[in-house]
Design a protein around this ligand. Sequence first.
Ligand SMILES: [Zn+2]
Length: 483
Amino acid sequence: MSIKKVIGAGVSAAIGAPLAVCAARAMSCKKELPDKEPAVKWTKEEEQLYAEKLSAMVQIPTISKKEDEPYEDFVTFQQKLAELFPRVFETFEVHDVNGNLLRRWKGSDPSKNGILFMGHQDVVPVDQAGWTKDPFSGAIEDGCVWGRGSMDCKSTVFCELQAMEELLEQGFEPKQDIWFSASRNEENSGGGAETAVNYLKSTGVKLDLVMDEGGAIVSGLFPGLAAPVAGIGVLEKGFTNVKFTAKSAGGHASTPPRNSPLIRLSKFMCEVDKKLPFKAEMVTPMPEMFDCITPYLGFPLRFVTANRWLFNGLLTKALVAISGQTRAFVQSTAAFTMAQGSSAPNVLPDEASVICNIRPSVQQNAEQTVAVLKKIADKYDIETEVLFTRDASKTSPVDSAEFRYLTKCLADCIPDCVATPYLMTGGTDSRRFEPVCENVLRFTPTRLTREQIAAMHAANENVSVSAVAEGVKIYKYLMEHRK
Ligand SMILES: [Zn+2]
C-alpha cells in the first residue's frame, strides 16, 4: 500500500468513524408523532359562542394605567366578566386588590397545594400604523377575533375562565384549590400581580403550579419540522436599562473637533454591534428543547442536533449568527433604543447619551452583562449609568411532575404537536409568583401562526376562533384530570 493510500485511509477513518456514529445516532432517534384522535372536541356552536364572548372582552379598551390613575375601563371590564362567567363570579372567593383580580375556587382536599391560572386584563396602546379594523371592534371575521388584546392576553384569560365556567356548570368539584389571577398593569411592568402574591404569601398559600401567558402552539418554527411546537416557557430573561453618556467642551459646529460625543457613542455602539461581546452558551432549557424536537426534525438538522456532543460549539455559534431571535436564546442581548445630542443642528453637544435596553441571560446576569459593556464604553471615555435592572427569572424544573403532567395532557389533546420547554425573551407577571411556586409555566394552549405572533403589540392583532375553542377544552382537560 502506498504511503498516499495509508494517509488517505487514516484520514477517512478519522473523519468517517465519527461521521458514521453521528449518522447512526441521527437515524436511530427519529420518531413519528402518533396518529390518534385528540382527547378534546368542540362544536361549531361553541366556537361561535366563544368568539362572541371574547369579542365582548376585546371591545372594552383596557389600556394599561399606572397604579394611582383612575381605572373605570377595568371596572367595566370586570362587570362584563361577571356577566360572561356568572358561575365563576358567584362561586369563587374574592381577594382582589385595587382592580387586580385574585379569586379562589375552594378544593375539597385542604391538604393539597393549589394551582393558579393567570393572565392580565390590560392591553398596550393602539397607536401603531397599519390597523385595517377598529382596534376595539372585536370584529369576528375570516374565522378570527380581531382587535387589541384578542391574543395578548384576553384570549388566555377567556380560555381559563370559560374552562372554569363549564366545569362549574357540569358540577365538577376540584380536589385542590384552583386560583385565578389577572393584574391590570402587566404591560407597563406595574405591581398589580405583586398584590396577589403578597396575599398568597401572607396567608401561607403554596402552589403546585402557576400557568401564565407565554408560549403557544406554533408551526414552522424550525426548518424541516412540519409538526406544530408547543413551547412551554420555563424561564424569562431579565430587563435592564443603561444610559451611556459622552461629554466634551461643546463648541461651534463650524469648527468641529474630532471624537465629539456623538462620534464616540457611535464607535462604542458599532463595536458592541460587531463583536456581540456576551457569553454564548447552551444552558437549560436549550439542551432539553433540542432533546424534545430532534426526533421530529428533517435529517440535515437532526444530524447536527442529535450529535450535540460533537457539534455543540458549532450549533451555539450558528444560533448567535442566524438571527436576533436565535441569538437571544443563548446570550444576553443589548439594544440601543434612544439617543440624545444637542438641541440645535448647528450646536455641538457638550453631552450626548444613548439608552441601551439589555436582556440579561442566565449565562451572564445583569451585573456581568453591564460590566462587559462598561469595559468597552470606558475605552471611548463614556460614562455608564444603570437606570433599572432585573435579572432573569428562576428556571422552573423541566423534569418535575407538573411539567410532565402538562406535556402528557398536550399529548392527549393535540397528538400532532411536539411539546418542549423553551426560553422566553420577553417578560410576564408570572415571575413574581416564584416565592409561592416552583413550577411557573408560561404557556397558553392555543394555535398561533407566525403572522399572528408578529401582530402582538402591533397592528391587526387577532386570534383564530378554532384556536380559542381548542384552548378552552385543553384548559378544561388540564383542570379536570388532575389526581
Ligand atoms: Zn401579555
